[in-house]
Design a protein around this ligand. Sequence first.
Ligand code: GLU
Length: 423
Amino acid sequence: MNKKHERIHVDDTVLCKLCLSELGEIYSDLELAADELDLLDMPRRTFTVHFPVRMDSGRTKMFVGHRVQYNDARGPCKGGIRFHPDLTIDHVRDLAFLMVLKCSVVNIPFGGSKGGVVVSPKELSRNELEQVTRGYIRAIAEYIGPFKDIPAPDVYTDDKIMVWILDEYERIKGMHVPAVVTGKPIELAGSRARSYSTSLGGIYVLEEALSKTGMGELRKGVAVQGFGNVGENAARILYEKGYKVIAVSDSKGGILNETGLNIHEVTAHKEKTGSVRDFVGARNITNEELLACDCDVLIPAALSDQLNVSNAGDVRAKIVLELANAPTTIEADEIFFQKKIMLIPDVLANAGGVVVSYFEWSQNLNSEYWEEEKVVRRLKNVMISAFNDVYGLCDEEKCRMRRAAYQIGVKRILHAERLRGNL
Ligand code: GLU
């Protein structure tokens, strides 16, 4: 093992296991020097805040929030805020690093960050959710801004929460600053198509992959794990485009119908009952059964580490499109590669969200409002050209797509650092 590899393994607490394994090899392929490794290895700013919130009961409760601003060589840091009871600073750091790579892979002028609050939003009233959001923003306000670090939605945060972020920040600054946060509603300086851009961007990439590989028609259909914003929109857009969506799931379980589901009806059913389960005309399945169902394309659109050593061998899809962040563990990645399953990695597949966030930020800074057609057309161009960059390198190097994507991302970040004189 050469010195560079050793360095990566010594510091394996710093990078997520998946990044670590893939990046370890890329770093050695690219023959990175020790200073380049250090630069990629260390987030620029990592912080944890504790803030009080007056709960509906009248009692005050302390909450914990994190934010990691991993790298800003290519532009201001950019990344979502998630509300989750299991959030840890290590996970936030891994996700922040993925944001740096993602923005670089799709070549938009942002660095990467991530943040969140350790909380289960389902257990809060609407007022408590608002107070938690505002408390967190007050605690981090000094460190965010349109040219510093720009938050956005992520797991369990939505456009309503983005408005509270905007409003709290603007109260503190005493002026309007719409570009401080993206994922806002259209009526408050949001962008057309942002609400479904992660899913649509992924579908553009999928369609490009289908045409490049000559896979053509999807006879068995698509299975989507997760029915939150990303999963639901992916299922809906695929259905509206005429693809057969045979299975969907949420945290309570899934449903399957080999002849295809009417996604509009599934959405209405979920709105009424709180789950996709027990949908008439489909049979209930578990999340594990969904991942192993007989489909052409599997879309993990829920949380991390869903495809792992215990279930990757059962996957029957030909393509896995990672719309969630880090849904596949290293071991599963290797199993897919051996089984010749094409895995389109998160840093490419789900980048449509941050691409339209970039359009939103840019519209805000220029006081512009783009028509939906313009946003969608530009999203398509960015996604297809990023796919072709990655696919082209894959073809040249006969490597897996995650590796090609990381290689492109890392090179661009280091190039920016070099131009700045940091290397
Ligand atoms: N949370 C999304 C992601 O992980 C979007 C981030 C953004 O728009 O800044 O890509």
